[in-house]
Ligand binder design. Structure first.
Ligand code: BMA
Length: 387
């Protein structure tokens, strides 16, 4: 009898334990699923890390601005592809928080148009991700109609849309982009996908690229954007991508939105602005334009960013604090951008971040030390959600 009772008690305890563990774990799981479902991104199926990145960008923009640099790890003004080097780090002691990379020539070359090897680029992206950094990808794709460069302004969007003569060619290029993005893993084995911000067909409000507004219709630009997102997200099943729309300078919200593909197709509202940052009298326009983009992002519950900027060769010693930062941080609206990124340190006559010994180096240190700017060394964990 006693033996039987023991058995019964034992069984009851096991059942109670198993059900408790079951309910606890399912409720935890459901709670987690629910948290991620509430984060709205273009891709509903975006990975946890991608959604966490988006949520954390929304959070961080309220207190600080991440600093970014194009091709930071690939080369500097006086060096090329040297391990762990970065002009930004050599001047201020930290890597940037955001890294821009360029995909032009992907699919028909081992390196991009600026001679950066795609294999090395993948390694640098992985390295920076491990340190907590953020990757954004631009794409100066060659003109698909003429075979010329991105700056061959023969309008070509119609040709690559479905039913266009170059549509299959365009899909091949997107296949290469998808292969590159899907190969970005946190580890060689069992790694998860590294989230990236994809920023194609940028500065379309200008006339210098084949996808530029004067060379195509807004309807075709929108159709191209939507096709591109749907192809990468739904056909290629990429779920580690946030999408950034980044016109060049415009004067009104109407102009900004003229080619806007819609809230379901854009995560980040960007602005590329070189025009306003090189002259004192134009800097208030940077503030004005950023206010406009931040207001639009607020209306849409999205993130705003200064996706490209810079003063070539930084000829003014105090440019970083007295010109760039001042005109962003002193405005309560404009300062709510998530990041600002300067362009590449390509040549001795074409660079946008200082290098050791440069005349703006000391001021860049001040810029780095300002509580508003965030570099990699004071970057919170961007790929995890804090409960
Ligand atoms: C431009 C210049 C070019 C470069 C291109 C793509 O602004 O820096 O030299 O090839 O970007 O990176």
């Amino acid at each position: 009898m006693k033996k039987n009772m023991k058995k019964v008690y034992g069984k009851i305890t096991t059942i109670v334990l198993v059900t408790t563990v079951f309910f606890l774990s399912t409720s935890f799981l459901f709670k987690e699923i629910d948290i991620y479902q509430q984060i709205k991104t273009v891709d509903k199926k975006a990975t946890k890390e991608t959604k966490a990145l988006y949520q954390n960008l929304k959070k961080i923009k309220e207190t600080g601005i991440l600093f970014g640099h194009q091709d930071d790890l690939a080369y500097g003004v006086h060096w090329k592809a040297e391990k762990k080097r970065s002009d930004v780090k050599e001047v201020c002691g930290s890597y940037p928080a955001v890294y821009g990379w360029e995909l032009a020539w992907l699919g028909n070359s081992t390196h991009n148009l600026d001679s950066v090897s795609f294999e090395k680029m993948k390694r640098w992206i992985r390295e920076s991700y491990k340190r907590g950094g953020i990757t954004t990808l631009s794409w100066h794709m060659n003109n698909p109609k003429t075979g010329g460069s991105a700056w061959d302004t023969t309008g070509a969007i119609k040709d690559i849309l479905p039913n266009g003569s170059k549509h299959e060619f365009y899909k091949k290029r997107l296949d290469a982009v998808a292969e590159f993005i899907s190969s970005l893993k946190s580890r060689w084995l069992f790694g998860h996908s590294i989230p990236v911000v994809f920023r194609p067909f940028h500065e379309h409000t200008g006339g210098w690229f084949w996808w530029g507004k004067p060379n195509n219709s807004p309807e075709d630009y929108i159709a191209l954007w939507r096709f591109t997102v749907e192809y990468l997200r739904d056909t290629k099943q990429l779920h580690n991508v946030l999408y950034a729309y980044s016109p060049d300078i415009v004067d009104s919200k109407e102009q900004y939105l003229e080619c806007y593909p819609g809230d379901d197709y854009v995560d980040i509202l960007g602005l590329d602005d070189y025009h306003d940052v090189s002259a004192k009298e134009r800097l208030p326009d940077l503030t004005k334009r950023l206010r406009m983009v931040v207001e639009l992002a607020d209306e849409k519950d999205k993130v705003a960013a200064l996706t490209e900027t810079g003063y070539e060769r930084i000829p003014q010693e105090n440019w970083w604090t007295d010109m760039l930062l001042k005109h962003i941080k002193e405005d309560p609206v404009a300062s709510r951008i998530a990041w600002m990124m300067v362009w590449r340190n390509g040549r001795t006559d074409h660079y946008y971040a200082p290098y050791e010994g440069h005349s703006s180096a000391d001021n860049f240190i001040k810029f780095k030390e300002d509580p508003v700017t965030i570099f990699e060394d004071d970057l919170p964990k961007m790929y995890r959600l804090k409960e």
